[in-house]
Write a protein that binds this ligand. Structure first.
Ligand SMILES: N[C@@H](CCC(=O)N[C@@H](CS)C(=O)NCC(=O)O)C(=O)O
Length: 209
């Protein structure tokens, strides 16, 4: 059985979105970050970093949202959601997955860290302008890469779209402008993915408990 350790409206949604795309059953183990459960000894035994998401599949425990998506796609999925290892498509898939984590997400996360995540004495508000500018540079590259395609690899949705899409939704909630018309249309396409909506609905039910 697959267990997701997570908290709603965090990178956990990348994993639950992927699981819903794959049509897999999973348990959601709610780690209440607001109550400090990320730092509990029991959760640190799963992820020493104390961060979500984490995932277990039988005796395998994984952290890092992008790695979890690759594992799930390779083990339970197929192309086009997760192109085969060694294929050209997989090369492009991984290029955009790593771009999402390394280039698109990082400036946003810098903003998040210095707004609320870091201890107050570690926050440097002067970094915001530069981080916002860096995010805009990453958006230009993404817009260029997407061009007139529906999804980042072409006409088919892939796991890379989950990583990119989740990051773009995050940017919207951080009030970062996204001006490129092709990115706006891409966001609208991703927003209504039934698997994303199902993942969010399940998360909301957990919060409402
Ligand atoms: N690179 C990790 C980042 C994980 C991460 O930073 N998760 C945040 C939630 S989105 C977290 O658990 N923060 C709690 C904390 O830092 O204490 C991934 O992609 O899974």
């Amino acid at each position: 059985m697959i267990t997701v350790y997570g908290y709603p409206q965090t990178r956990t949604t990348r994993v639950t979105w992927m699981l819903e795309e794959l049509g897999l059953d999973y348990q959601f183990n709610f780690i209440d970050l607001m109550k400090g459960e990320g730092r509990s000894a029991s959760f640190r035994a799963i992820n020493p970093a104390g961060k979500v998401p984490a995932m277990s599949d039988d005796d395998l425990v994984l952290t890092e949202s992008a790695a979890i998506l690759s594992y799930l796609g390779d083990k339970y999925g197929s192309a086009p959601l997760m192109p085969s290892p060694g294929s050209k498509e997989r090369g492009h898939h991984d290029q955009w997955a790593y771009f999402s984590i390394a280039e698109l997400e990082q400036p946003l996360w810098v903003i998040g860290k210095h707004k609320f995540a870091l201890p107050k004495e570690r926050r440097v508000v002067e970094i915001f302008d530069t981080a916002a500018w860096e995010f805009q540079q990453a958006l230009k590259l993404l817009s260029h890469g997407l061009a007139d395609k529906d999804y980042i690899l072409g006409s088919d949705f892939s796991a890379a779209d989950i990583l990119i899409g989740h990051t773009l939704f995050w940017a919207i909630s951080f009030k970062q402008p996204i001006e490129q018309e092709n990115l706006k249309a891409y966001i609208e396409r991703l927003k209504v993915r039934p698997a994303r909506l199902a993942a969010i609905e399940k998360e909301s039910a957990l919060v409402a408990r």
